[in-house]
Design a protein. Structure first.
Length: 260
């Protein structure tokens, strides 16, 4: 009896494995969903991968070629080239804009300018453009630019130039004036190379002055005590900022007491 029972079990097992020469497909088990706190995606790293380092940002914002939609970014028309060579820079500014400040750099191969469009000082569009002449005298190309729409409240853009990065090519220092009792504004340094230009410094402040001095940025800012009226700061702080190859570092500073 025991032998017959064993033979019966063996026959059942062989029948389960026999599928006409193919292995029987096992019944799938129910899938288990991920915990709500865990998500996966085709691009996610495997659990064994070390976490990636957080993204790093440049110490200063990079300049975008930001011009009005109707503004040129290349000038190659012979008549325009002749006008620019004669000192008329209207072709390098947006249509109907007035060129306010200009600086001719690197033997006439580079021009920086500021422009204004509109007569109302509180509703005018303003901007800065730097141009490089490439391919000999065949064309001018815009290599850096920014535009201030009327809603930004910029009243004017000043322009200074000087070699701030110690490469023999003059750079541009702009000031976007926003007025007010504190003479607020935004300073930018646009550093130039042979065929390009990049913003490497930006600072917005009030009661402050930044200028080019001896290849450095010279800063002067008011220092107010807790009871100082806005007209009369207790001290002035003077500082020097120098280019270290990547950013501007404050290399010296001192206070001048105005109360004594």
């Amino acid at each position: 009896m025991r032998r017959s029972y064993a033979s019966l079990c063996l026959a059942v097992a062989l029948a389960a494995c026999d599928g006409g020469g193919q292995e029987a497909t096992p019944t799938p088990t129910p899938s288990t969903s991920l915990s709500p706190s865990v998500t996966s995606s085709p691009t996610s790293a495997s659990p064994s991968a070390s976490p990636s380092a957080p993204p790093t940002s440049s110490p200063t914002p990079e300049l975008v070629l930001q011009v009005p939609a109707d503004a040129p970014t290349q000038v190659s028309d012979p008549a325009d080239l002749a006008a620019v060579a004669a000192g008329d820079l209207a072709a390098l500014a947006p249509p109907d804009a007035t060129v306010v400040h200009t600086a001719t750099l690197v033997g006439g191969e580079r021009i920086a300018l500021t422009w204004r469009r509109g007569d109302d000082p509180f509703a005018a569009e303003l901007g800065f453009i730097e141009w490089v002449r490439l391919d000999g005298a065949s064309s001018w190309h815009a290599v850096s630019a920014f535009t201030d729409k009327p809603r930004k409240g910029v009243l004017g853009i000043d322009l200074q130039t000087g070699d701030l990065t110690d490469d023999g090519i003059p750079d541009a220092l702009t000031l976007e004036q926003q007025g007010g009792s504190g003479a607020c504004g935004t300073w930018r340094v646009v550093a130039s190379t042979a065929e390009a230009a990049t913003e490497v410094f930006r600072r917005s402040a009030c009661d402050t002055e930044i200028r080019i001095e001896g290849g450095t940025l010279a800063l002067r800012e008011a220092v107010f005590g807790p009871d100082d009226p806005h007209c009369c700061p207790s001290a002035m702080r003077y500082a020097t900022l120098e280019w270290d190859g990547e950013t501007f570092l404050e290399t010296s500073s001192h206070l001048v007491d105005l109360t004594s």
